[in-house]
Each structure stands twice: as C-alpha cells, then as structure tokens.
Write a new protein. Structure first.
Length: 457
C-alpha cells in the first residue's frame, strides 16, 4: 500500500497504538506480579521472624535447643542463602546468635543503612549477603524489658523472586506476542471490511468512466451514502448541462445560418459588383468559421459526457463499407484490420467523424487502395490504454511542408478536390479534446499515413 493510502494509515496507526498499549500493559502486569511475589516472599520472612521472636521471648528454654531450623532445612545448610540472626543490643559487647547456614558470617544491620521502620515496626530491604549473594532481609527490634533488647533479622535468597518474575515475563511476552499478531490480523480484516464500501464506490466510478455503468448503484453505509448521492447528482447535472449545450449550439447555428444565407443570396444577385463579390467572399469565410466553431462546441459538449464507450471494430467496418460504396466509381479498395478488443472512451459519432474524415481524405487522394489498421497499446505509467488508428493510402503522398500546410485550419493543396479544407483540422481538434493526437507521415504502400492516437479502456 502506498504511504498516502487510507488503509495504510489506519493500519499503521492501529499498529502503533497496539504496540504502545501492549508494552504498557506488559510493564504494568510484570510490575504487579513482581510486587505480589515480593509480598509473598516477605510474608514468608515475617513468619520466620515471628517464630524467632517467640523463641527469644521464652528465655527459660535451654539455649542450645533454640533458634535452629525453624522448619526450613536451608537454615542448616552452610551459605544456603537463608539466614537468621539474633543480636542482643543492651550489653557492652553485643551477643550474636545465628543459623548454622550463616557459618561465621554476619548479616548487615538495616538500621545502619538508614532503612526506616514501617508501621508494623519492621525494616525491609535488599542487601548483599555472604559470598556476594543478593538477599531480601527483614529486621525487627525487640524490647523484652528486664530480659534484654534484641535485634532479630531473617534473610532469604531473592533469586526466588527474580526467577519467578523472569519466568512470568517470559510467558507474558509470548502471550502478548501471540495476542499482538492476532490483533494485527484482526486490524487488517477490520480495515479491509470497513473500507470495502469505499473500494466499491471507486470501482463503480471506474465502471461509469468506462461506460459499463451510468450511476452508483447499491446500498452504502450512512457515512458514505451522501457521497454516493452527490456523485449521482453530479453525473445527472453533467448530462443536463451537455444536453443544454447541444440545444444552444443547434439554436445558434440556425440563428446565424439563416441571416448569413440571406446575405449571400442578396450579394449573389449583384455578382458583377466588386462590393457584392467582397461580401460573398467574407460570407464564405464566415460560413467556414461558423461551421468550424459550432462543430468544435458540439464536440466539446459530447466529450464532457461521463461513461461513454464505443466498440471500435464494428464502427471501422461500417466506415469501410460506406467509403467503398462512395468511391466505387474510382475503383478504390478499402481494407480494414481492427483489434476486436479495441474500445474507444468516447461517443461512436465522434469516432466515426474522426476516422471518416481521414478515410475520406485518403480515398480522395489514393490511386487504388486504402488500408485502415487499429492497434491497442498497453497502459503506460500514469496513463491508461491507448488506441492507435492508422489510415494509409497509395497516393502521391505529401512532403513535410505540405503536411504542415494541410494541418492548418481550412488549408487545401488542391481546390479540385471537394471539401471545405476543415476535415483534418476538425480531426485534430476533436482528438485533442479527447486527450489524443493526429500525426501525418509516409505510408509503407507509397502515399500518406494518418496516425490517430485516442484513449482506450
């Protein structure tokens, strides 16, 4: 999809938001799980701490029997990562008792590290333990009055917390990755499904331009139904404007031709008068100019109609038969070869007028043969298919200077041939209105080649 595609923009924006939301959610869930694991670990430490405090508060028991495993074998294993320590603080030399796992090491004091007491009267923090271990430690001061003051500490290896959190993050990442892929696929489906009516409108408009349809048909969502209605209204208005233009052109032609004919007739009754001759000369110029511009206006009105398509091969075959009959007296053979798939994006009347002028001109100058060929050219970058219509004759041909002269409006090389001299000019103007062109060259069969390029579908 191109960068300016609406579907691409929707997909990219949805993807960006999806990534942001999943990332934030993942961070939040990971943090919540870590806190929950940490709290569970702290409850375990507090359980051991309360057990130790209970032992400290029962001084009648033999000291060798106190403060051992607390139901946790790891307190017996040297440097296992699980330790407890009881320090009597009201004597000159602090008395320290600890678990066997602590060996000959000591736990740090959280009070010395500046850790504040919580509302429950304990201190919690991460510390460095023996052998460089990372420990989660809980500490509580205990005042037994006459029986002394103690600082009871319990520490556990925080690897359990981080292993649990890392395992959770691993599964969370995999789950969110799968969820993200599913959501992206869902987004693609939603974008395609949501924009399907716009694609349908685009295809319908292409059908209208190609002549396969006249209006946008079908039901559309309420958001784009006004677009379809306005497009149909625009098409209807275009047709009405074209019809009015045709009517006005016809009215103008009748309004001007009648007085002009009267002027010519009156001037013809005084043919010997130089003034009358001048009037007839200028009236003839006016008639040619009037015919040219009225024809151009009529053509422009037809070209502006949306959605007209003409099958080229039948039109060419009809012209071939007609021209053969018209020039049968001179024995002119008219041959035609047209691609059956060729279609002209315009009205048949305009196609027949352009090709008819070219074939008629070729028949007038041909010695015995006229050849018509229609080719379909593949679409090029930024343009649709093109039709190439070639009309060759075996007449005497034209030099480059003569080709330039006959291409100018109303210029003729031989007054002995019938016509007004406007044929090629009309073809050139009409082709230009359709976005095409006319060029003249030398034909392989010896005469003139007229090559007409027009839009196809």
């Amino acid at each position: 999809m191109p960068a300016s595609s609406l579907a691409n923009r929707l997909f990219l924006s949805a993807t960006a938001w999806l990534v942001v939301i999943l990332a934030i959610t993942g961070v939040v869930l990971s943090s919540v799980y870590k806190n929950a694991t940490e709290r569970a670990f702290d409850r375990r430490l507090n359980l051991y701490l309360r057990t130790l405090i209970a032992e400290v508060a029962t001084p009648d028991e033999p000291p060798d029997r106190q403060f051992q495993s607390l139901g946790e074998p790891l307190f017996e294993l040297p440097l296992s990562g699980w330790y407890w320590q009881i320090t009597r603080t009201d004597t000159e030399k602090p008395e320290v008792r600890s678990s066997r796992s602590l060996w000959d090491k000591k736990l740090p004091k959280l009070e010395d590290q500046g850790t504040e007491l919580t509302a429950a009267g304990i201190r919690l923090a991460y510390v460095d333990g023996p052998e460089g271990q990372n420990l989660r430690m809980v500490e509580r001061p205990v005042d037994l009055g006459a029986d002394g003051k103690y600082l009871v500490s319990v520490a556990g290896d925080d690897t359990e917390i981080f292993d649990e959190t890392r395992s959770f993050d691993y599964y969370l990442g995999g789950t969110f990755t799968a969820l993200g892929i599913v959501l992206l696929l869902t987004t693609v489906f939603q974008v395609r499904f949501g924009l399907a009516p716009l694609k349908r409108i685009s295809e319908s408009i292409a059908d209208i331009r190609s002549g396969r349809a006249e209006r946008l048909e079908g039901e559309f969502p309420v958001e784009i139904a006004p677009l379809a209605r306005e497009t149909n209204a625009l098409i209807d208005a275009n047709r009405e404007i074209v019809e009015r233009a045709r009517t006005h052109v016809g009215n103008l032609a009748h309004a001007i031709k009648t007085p002009l004919s009267v002027i010519v007739n009156e001037a013809g009754t005084h043919a010997a008068d130089p003034f009358s001759a001048k009037v007839m000369e200028q009236a003839d110029v006016m008639r040619n100019q009037l015919a040219h511009h009225l024809e151009r206006a009529r053509i422009a009105a037809r070209v502006s109609i949306v959605g007209t398509v003409t099958e080229v091969a039948p039109a060419i075959e009809g012209l071939r038969r007609t021209m053969e009959k018209i020039h049968r007296g001179r024995g002119i053979a008219v041959e035609a070869k047209a691609d059956p798939s060729a279609k002209f994006r315009g009205e048949r009347q305009d196609l027949e007028e352009m090709v008819g002028n070219l074939v008629d001109n070729a028949c007038k100058w041909a010695a015995s043969r006229v050849f018509i060929e229609v080719l379909v050219e593949a679409p090029q970058a930024g343009a649709g298919p093109r039709l190439r219509l070639i009309v060759d004759d075996d007449g005497r041909g034209l030099s480059e200077a003569e080709r330039a002269q006959v291409s100018r409006r109303g210029q003729r090389l031989d007054e002995s041939k019938p016509g007004s001299g406007l044929g090629l000019s009309i073809v050139t103007d009409l082709a230009a209105l359709y976005g095409g062109s006319l060029s003249l060259g030398s034909a392989p069969i010896g005469g003139l080649r007229a090559e007409l390029v027009l839009p196809g579908i």
